[in-house]
Design a protein around this ligand. Sequence first.
Ligand code: NAG
Length: 272
Amino acid sequence: MDLQCLRCWNVLSLLLLLPGRFWCMSVHILNEQPVHVIPGTKLVLTARIEKNLWEQISMIKWTQEPETGHDRTKVTLATCPAKSPKCSGERPDVQVSLKQQETTLEMNRYSTEDSGEYSVTVTDRSGANTTGRCIVREYEAVHHVSVSINVSHSLLVCHEAWGTDPSFSWLHERAAITQQVGKVSKDGDMLIVTMTPICGHFTCVVGNKLGYSSATYTAAPCESGGRGMTAAVVCLVLLLLVCGGVLAFLLWRRRRKNNMGERLYEHTDDTI
Ligand SMILES: *[C@@H]1O[C@H](CO)[C@@H](O)[C@H](O)[C@H]1NC(C)=O
């Protein structure tokens, strides 16, 4: 009889616990990933907690650990007991807040060492928990820009090493690319050259929030431009020669006239 009652209670408690078994709570970080942060600026991560009405949060914890390497020790950044409105940060430059279904982590001056995997763990009353993660990396400047040519396909390819969100643009002889010169690919890192033969200076400019860097591919000098220049110089020399000739002739004529006048004067002088 006693044993049966015990069994009864067990079944009953199991039934009572059942809603807790349907674990629905989830948390995910809303930032677009990976998050890139410029050192010295503020890192802000926001996480959204999805839960049913009967589920109650008892604790929120933000942690950080290196993305790679052997020593992947997890560092607790802040914990928030749901009961008290104040979250306690382990670091003075880190603040965590909890507003309804959202929790936000703010780090005032992000530095390179703060890169890594950030996690937010939400624990409910029964002790069950769920975790949202995101990768945070340093926003890197543009590095090592170079241009190479693919002769068989008349392509110029611009390479950049590890800058964050690089954007590409092209110049030919320091001017924007015209239809006569070529067409820039959708990603911007390639220039399909349509001019033949390929000549002059092609510059690829790569930039992001931290600045710009560029590289130039130098093809043979453009012929038409060179010929035009030579022609212009020859014309100028000819023009100068002609002008000089005309001037010399005019001077010579004037001098001759003067000489004749003098002689005439001398003659009249004699007769008097
Ligand atoms: C040139 O470009 C084409 C098309 O993108 C590619 O298939 C080919 O491998 C490239 N050649 C070289 C030498 O890079």
